[in-house]
Design a protein around this ligand. Structure first.
Ligand code: ATP
Length: 135
């Protein structure tokens, strides 16, 4: 097919997702939602935590991603993030546990509790739960 491009999602653990047959990718950049098709103007943008929607010829799939960057080239899109999970690989029970842990940190009056860290963990857990429900 001549309307497809390749998409690669890279984390510190290496490449976690790679497809050569993407028709459309929708990303949440810090400037808003961005739809990418083959031949998109070369771009580098910062990404917000959220989802990436990947449309193929026969349907769409979603990935949960943390903050990061996207590099768009003519035939290839690279997403560089701290963590990424395809929606069908998200362990919802694990995310629910992470959410409860983060909430109890936020609700404790312990002076040593790292509030910002707990907020980030809560945001990651909520994002995973949301994206798992998109499948
Ligand atoms: P947890 O406390 O459950 O480890 P976390 O938000 O601290 O959650 P991260 O540090 O963001 O976890 O991620 C560590 C690794 O575990 C990454 O490779 C990430 O993709 C994976 N991961 C985290 N949570 C889940 C989940 N609910 N389902 C699948 N993979 C997950």
């Amino acid at each position: 097919m001549d309307n497809v491009f390749s998409l690669n999602v890279v984390t510190p653990n290496g490449s976690v997702y790679e497809r050569e047959d993407v028709v459309l990718a929708v990303l949440k950049t810090t400037a808003g939602e961005l739809g990418v098709m083959k031949g998109h103007i070369p771009t580098v943008a910062a990404l917000n935590m959220g989802y990436v929607k990947v449309s193929l010829d026969n349907g769409s799939e979603y990935l949960a991603v943390s903050d990061g960057f996207v590099e768009i080239r003519q035939q290839k899109v690279s997403i560089i993030v701290q963590t990424a999970e395809p929606a069908n690989e998200i362990d919802v029970a694990r995310a629910e546990l992470a959410k409860s842990r983060a909430e109890s940190h936020l609700n404790s009056d312990d002076e040593n509790s790292d509030i910002e860290r707990a907020k980030r963990a809560l945001a990651r857990a909520n994002n995973r739960i949301r994206v798992a429900n998109l499948v």
